[in-house]
Design a protein around this ligand. Structure first.
Ligand code: GLY
Ligand code: MN
Ligand code: MN
Length: 536
């Protein structure tokens, strides 16, 4: 009886709560509980008396008054589920007290509701929506961050990602990302010369025992590879030149110190994101399946008169048909020599002709992206040379799969694939035995998840990790081998889940064997009868 009375009351509340625009949305997004659990997991990684500060991704301008489609920063999405710009999350290692004696261990500042902006640029959750839908209790409008009383200096560490110089100030919006970052810098006494890798080196110099100077030098060498200017930093030079214990100690005492840490958060997030939870795997598997169906449909529809962009369009049409929001990365459709360009995204060759077509495409479904490559002969039949290279890449991939085991080093699949390719290229006479070559110029695996090149530690494989296994051989024109091989480019890329029980090829649905591909390509396609009018 009570239930019958409650239902109309609930509906009344929903309709009058100021969040009344009920829209039909998919129901399989990650839950508020998932995101809360991930915040709790990050909190557990924070040392005592520290805070992590994470900003939403910037809006990026495409041209004039048109912006790129907004994409949230994957860490921010992972921790919050919030898909809008101009927001900042503060996550504390221990509960904090506000002026009214309230206790909280996280705060989020988000875009306010704004009917005018929403009419032009889309719906916003606003403070109430973030409370109700994402399950935060401490939610404020982003314009409140400026006056938010927070003494970042009182924390032992303030973790954040250092800033890129790619954030525009929208003068009309006083709570945009530009202002949030400015507010943070001011509250946190962000040094004008702050550079995350420089302070990482400083921290290493200060905190490492003098007898371990060799280790410090190695670490500095690793960091300066990404920031060569650090080699000329006066502190680094003094440390390197210090000839005795006394001189080293003096450098350690004088090295600048800041409680700002712009480098460690990445390690923490890599640890969290490397192993996938069941909710994530569900979405990731769906993204991969969608991408496989795209590959299958293209295999049936392919003919030599197609353009690269038309092939891309069929894939992406299939993605959208299944509700995938985006491509996880710009689609790569490279025929013939274009396949040798590893991240070829122009896709503008008018006819693929009789060449191999390398198709590296991944649907993004609710944030999770697939990354699947198939390479197929446009006319449906591999030439002997194409088949020889294709089958060699297949053999390399099979060898790499076997190395996808919990506890194995991250690089084990790559080493296995490289060995097969080196030996096979020599067998085919493309290289001499033992000769170094550049026909396989990339790694075999990367993590896969919210990012196509997802975060991970690159340590031994952990359970529930998803990686790609993607060996390839690329033989550009004018290579130092028989010209019959020129213009052949093959990559086969699958998405592999590593569990305690073994590995699972999530993209097995899309044929990989050369014979299976030829058989599928011989089948008719629904698109065979799809004709459009010729235009002048
Ligand atoms: N699609 C980019 C990659 O395979 O890494
Ligand atoms: Mn990949
Ligand atoms: Mn790929």
């Amino acid at each position: 009886m009570k239930k019958i009375i409650l239902l109309p009351l609930i509906l009344l509340f929903v309709c009058h709560s100021g969040f009344s625009q009920q829209v039909e949305l998919p129901t399989d997004y990650l839950s508020a509980e998932f995101h809360r659990g991930r915040r709790d997991a990050l909190r557990k990684l924070l040392p005592p008396n520290t805070v992590a500060v994470l900003f939403a991704n910037p809006v990026r301008n495409r041209a004039n008054d048109v912006d790129y489609v907004y994409h949230q920063d994957p860490d921010f999405y992972y921790l919050t589920g919030y898909n809008e710009p101009n927001a900042v999350l503060l996550l504390f290692s221990e509960p904090q007290q506000d002026g009214q004696g309230n206790s909280f261990d996280e705060i989020i500042f988000v875009q306010p509701r704004d009917p005018y902006s929403e009419m032009w640029n889309g719906r916003r959750l606003g403070v109430e929506g973030v409370k109700q839908q994402l399950g935060f209790s401490q939610v404020y409008e982003n314009t409140d961050f400026k006056d938010f009383n927070m003494n970042f200096g009182s924390f032992d560490k303030v973790y954040f990602y250092d800033f890129h110089n790619d954030v525009r100030d929208s003068k009309r919006n006083t709570g945009d990302l530009y202002d949030l970052i400015a507010g943070f810098k001011q509250k946190a006494n962000y040094p004008s010369d702050y550079d995350a890798s420089k302070y990482q080196v400083y921290d290493i110099i200060r905190s490492t025992d003098i007898e371990n100077k060799a280790n410090v030098a190695q670490e500095i060498g690793r960091i300066t590879r990404f920031n060569p200017a650090l080699n000329d930093d006066p502190i680094v030079l003094r440390y390197k030149d210090a000839g005795n214990e006394h001189a080293l100690k003096k450098v350690q005492e004088e090295v600048p110190h800041s409680n700002l840490d712009g480098y460690s958060l990445n390690y923490m997030m890599a640890n969290l994101r490397e192993g996938k939870l069941p909710e994530e795997l569900k979405l990731l598997k769906k993204a991969v399946e969608i991408s496989c169906v795209g590959q299958i449909e293209v295999m049936k529809a392919m003919h030599p008169g197609m353009s690269e962009s038309e092939i891309q369009g069929i894939h992406e049409f299939v993605f959208k048909k299944y509700g995938a929001e985006y491509e996880g990365y710009p689609s790569i459709v490279g025929s013939g020599h274009n396949g040798c360009i590893l991240h070829y995204i122009e896709n503008n060759r008018p006819e693929v002709g009789g060449d191999l077509v390398l198709m590296d495409l991944g649907a993004e479904y609710h944030g999770y992206t697939a990354d699947v490559t198939r390479t197929i002969p446009a006319d449906g039949t591999f030439t002997p040379e194409q088949k020889a290279i294709y089958d060699l890449v297949y053999e390399a991939q099979e060898a790499a799969f076997k190395e996808c085991r919990v506890g194995n080093p991250f690089w084990a699949p790559h080493r296995a694939a490289q060995k097969v390719i080196d030996e096979g290229l020599a067998r085919l006479g493309i290289i001499k035995p033992g000769q170094r070559h550049n026909y396989f110029p990339h790694g075999t695996s990367h993590y896969l998840g919210l990012d196509v090149h997802d975060k991970g530690t690159r340590g031994a494989f952990k359970p529930n990790t998803v990686i790609t296994v993607e060996p390839g051989i690329y033989i550009p024109h004018n290579s130092d081998c028989d010209p019959k091989w020129w213009g052949i480019a093959v990559r086969i890329e699958d998405d592999v889940l590593i569990t305690e029980e073994g590995w699972v090829n999530l993209s097995a649905m899309a044929p990989r064997k050369s014979e299976e591909i030829e058989a599928l390509m011989a089948q008719p396609s629904a698109l065979d009868d799809f004709k459009l009018p010729d235009l002048e």
